[in-house]
Design a protein around this ligand. Structure first.
Ligand code: FMN
Length: 188
């Protein structure tokens, strides 16, 4: 089964988008789509970027831990809030931190807001940065509008059937890219 790392990108006190990360973990496990873990940037509390991991003489244990989890994950989901039309600094911090670990990594992006547009303005900027770092962003969206109404604090969807249907389409696209990459691995 593929292993999926879910990056929870909000480090804000009282954040709501973490609910979506919890939901995906449960969804993936419930549907036996793979194994899943949350990489919580609020738990890691990385300092503001000062150099790429590969050029750090003595990287910290949390940095090495994060890098290893990205490297070994078959696919990644980034759950990101929209802040002033862009993604939070915490996610750019870790995009810039790593290099080889992102290479051809299938990544699905879920954008979150408390407004009606579901954080969709984040997509182009985040996707561009991930393209620059040579990862593989999958052509699927999972925008979450009004996050506080759509998910409770334990990551349960208010309308589970409807949300699960959307999540299945999103996850299937990620799984397709994971499988395609596996089949192409001899050619890299
Ligand atoms: C600094 C800041 C800027 C924000 N800018 C936007 C925005 O541009 N568009 C939007 O829909 N929501 C915006 N929001 C609201 C977030 O969408 C909301 O906080 C949501 O719950 C996701 O972020 P969270 O995980 O930090 O809670 C902003 C919130 C903060 C803290």
């Amino acid at each position: 089964m593929p292993h999926i790392a879910i990056i929870s990108a909000s480090v804000r006190t009282g954040r709501h988008s973490h609910r979506v990360a919890m939901y995906f973990k449960k969804f993936i496990e419930e549907n036996k789509s793979g194994t899943a873990e949350i990489l919580d940037l609020n738990q890691y509390q990385f300092p503001v970027f000062n150099e790429r991991l590969k050029f750090q003489p003595s990287p910290s244990a949390p940095v090495l831990d994060f890098a290893n989890r990205i490297k070994t994950a078959d696919g990644v989901i980034i759950v990101t809030p929209e802040y002033n039309g862009g993604y939070p600094a915490a996610i750019k911090n870790v995009v810039d931190l790593l290099y080889d670990e992102w290479f051809k990594k299938p990544i699905a992006i879920s954008t979150v807001s408390d407004g009606v547009f579901g954080g969709t303005q984040v997509i182009t900027s985040l996707q561009f940065s991930l393209w620059k770092i040579r990862s593989w962003t999958v052509p699927a969206m999972f925008p979450v509008p009004k996050v506080g109404e759509m998910f409770d604090e334990n990551g349960n969807a208010t309308d589970k059937a409807k949300t699960d249907k959307r999540a299945m389409t999103f996850i299937k696209e990620l799984l397709w890219c994971i499988e395609a990459k596996k089949r192409m691995s001899d050619y890299q």
